[in-house]
Design a protein around this ligand. Structure first.
Ligand code: B12
Ligand code: SF4
Ligand code: SF4
Length: 265
């Protein structure tokens, strides 16, 4: 396909995504999984869907003034809303590409049946974090999430896999993580053990998943304290000193959950 047509198709995709309130979009050629491997080849898109050429990764922000209340039903509802919107947007972009004659589908933003599955095995068939890294949206931080300049870790992700020939976005060269360990201290389960000379901490994922299993029963799933606390991101600056008052946090936790605020407040 001539370069001008590839650029035009990318612009069309971006316009559609923006109209669906997508905050960030990046494109990763599937070769990047191979060039910078962080997971076994079984997880690479080209080994799952041999026709795939590019992965379009889209992100939607999580408002700091809502996630600060976590664990709360306020964050729980926000989480459900972004999940619905992300899968919906990804379905529509894949559908658009199909109508244009390309092979395309989306990998749902999470893709597990229930938290009990993640307690047994905390992993999905395809990693949105690594897709976001390869698509140049951000870098992986100490807390194992994708950090972005605009929203820190407070961005949820979904991917469209396609054979459309699209101009790739560059991966970021510099790590965004400050190594400040604020996420490590914010974790109520103390799952992170920083490793000297390495950005990404060791993580007890089973412990984090167990915490989530409990939160689910109490109707204030998920936790996300490690992403709420991360100081990276222009999103926090918008709210000045306090995105929500300390009293406001406790107030919000007092409603709508089985034992509001008692568990890891
Ligand atoms: C399973 C799962 C969990 C498990 C395991 C978490 C984990 N880190 O793997 C549990 C239940 C614990 C969990 C918890 C949470 N999750 Co979760 N979870 C997932 C899920 C479904 C699959 C993740 C997976 O396959 N992990 C396995 C590997 C890929 O994970 P990894 O720890 O990141 O390990 C890789 C890196 O360390 C990397 N790596 C290793 N060394 C190096 C070196 C360098 C230089 C680099 C770049 C990378 C690298 O390679 C490893 C792979 O082998 C994804 C959705 C999806 N389908 O991707 C969401 C997802 C990761 N979760 C997400 C979130 C937000 C959370 C929570 C904050 C809860 C919440 N929603 O509020 C917590 C945070 C926990 C944390 N700090 O990681 C978001 C993260 C968004 C982002 N900005 O990154 C995702 C992407 C969902 C989404 N669609 O947005 N989650
Ligand atoms: S989600 Fe909560 S329990 Fe899990 S790592 Fe983050 S702060 Fe810790
Ligand atoms: S809180 Fe600090 S150490 Fe943790 S991910 Fe954010 S910038 Fe990195």
């Amino acid at each position: 396909m001539p370069r001008s047509d590839r650029v035009k198709l990318k612009e069309k995709i971006k316009r559609r995504a923006k109209a669906m309130d997508i905050n960030m979009l990046g494109i990763a050629p599937v070769e990047r999984w191979e060039q910078e491997p962080h997971q076994s080849p079984d997880f690479w898109p080209q080994n799952i869907w041999p026709w795939s050429r590019n992965v379009i990764v889209m992100g939607m922000q999580i408002f700091p003034s809502m996630i600060e209340t976590t664990p709360s039903v306020v964050y729980s509802e926000l989480y459900n809303t972004t999940n619905r919107l992300l899968d919906h947007a990804a379905y529509r972009i894949a559908n658009f590409l199909n109508e244009e004659g390309y092979r395309a589908h989306f990998f749902p933003r999470d893709c597990y049946g229930d938290i009990s599955a993640l307690v047994k095995r905390p992993e999905a068939a395809f990693s949105q974090v690594l897709a976001g890294l390869y698509a140049g949206l951000g870098t992986v931080g100490m807390n194992h999430t994708l950090l972005t300049k605009k929203y820190g870790s407070r961005i949820r992700l979904v991917s469209v896999i396609t054979d459309a020939d699209l101009p790739a976005d560059k991966m970021l060269k510099e790590d965004i993580c400050l190594g400040c360990k604020i996420c490590v201290k914010a974790c109520p389960m103390q799952v992170f053990s920083p490793v000297k000379g390495q950005i990404i901490a060791r993580m007890d994922k089973h412990k984090c998943a167990l915490c989530h299993q409990r939160l689910k029963q109490e109707f204030h799933y998920p936790c996300g304290r490690c992403i709420a606390a991360c100081p990276v991101g222009e999103d926090k600056g918008r709210y000045g000193k306090e995105a929500i008052s300390k009293k406001g946090i406790l107030h919000c936790r007092d409603f709508g959950a089985a034992d509001a605020g008692q568990v890891i407040a």
